[in-house]
Ligand binder design. Structure first.
Ligand code: CDP
Length: 222
């Protein structure tokens, strides 16, 4: 079986991780949630009492931060289980500052590339098709309206018992899109060879099927 690399990028709460997980499961590939890594780093910064807007102090923590993603979705950061805390609003509202620091990105990208080296993967994030895995076999840029994305994230948080208000979610999605798209290093943007997929009017099952079809059309049998 040949190795296949699928990159899925897009703005906040576009449904990337839900779909990436399903697609990886259907194909027997490994799912790599790069957003969870930036979130884990952010939770570490907050735990240490460091200001997420202070780049110099945040970068100093790089040698202390050891992130491990487990196949069942568990996320460990320097010996602590951060699976739940990384989804909380205090992390969501600060993660885009941390993700704009070049040195932190370089450290996490090194880890991401290593994870994708020897296996078939579905990796989701902001810069996977443009920077992390520019030679990916399939690149998808997933978008949806701000309203649809905020509705989905609010519902997801309610289901998981993560406290938030709808207004906070709208603000968070818009703020992260702005910071992620305008940062100097590896900003959020579609790769030239990516396929745009607007999921606003599609169900999870429809997006799942659409992505599987895109992969099949591009890669053929594997
Ligand atoms: O799931 P959601 O769309 O809310 O975001 P995520 O994938 O968990 O990513 C959280 C944040 O990490 C993003 O808003 C980006 O600031 C950053 N990120 C990034 O810069 N590059 C990546 N490859 C993945 C995430």
């Amino acid at each position: 079986m040949k190795r296949v690399v699928v990159a899925i990028d897009g703005p906040a709460a576009a449904g990337k991780s839900t779909i990436s997980k399903l697609v990886a499961k259907s194909l027997g590939f490994t799912y790599i949630d790069t957003g969870a890594m930036y979130r884990a780093f952010t939770s570490y910064v907050i735990d240490k009492g460091v200001d997420p807007k202070n780049e110099k102090e945040c970068v100093k923590l790089i040698p202390e931060v050891d992130i491990v993603l487990y196949p069942d979705g568990k996320v460990m950061c320097s010996g602590k289980d951060v699976t739940r805390v990384i989804r909380e609003q205090k992390v969501s509202s600060n993660v885009s500052y941390i993700a704009s620091y070049k040195d932190i990105r370089l450290a996490l990208v090194e880890l991401q590339r290593k994870m994708a080296e020897s296996q078939s993967v579905v990796m989701d994030g902001r810069d996977i098709g443009t920077y992390v895995l520019p030679n990916a076999d399939v690149k998808i840029f997933m978008v949806a309206s701000v309203k649809e994305r905020a509705d989905r994230r609010f519902k997801e948080n309610m289901e998981k018992g993560i406290p938030c208000t709808y207004e906070e979610i709208v603000e968070d999605v818009e703020k992260r899109d702005r910071i992620d798209s305008s940062r100097a290093f590896a900003p959020l943007k579609p790769a030239e060879d990516s396929i745009l997929l607007d999921t606003s009017l599609l169900s999870i099952e429809q997006v799942h099927a659409a992505v599987l079809k895109i992969i099949k059309d591009k890669v053929g049998e594997f």
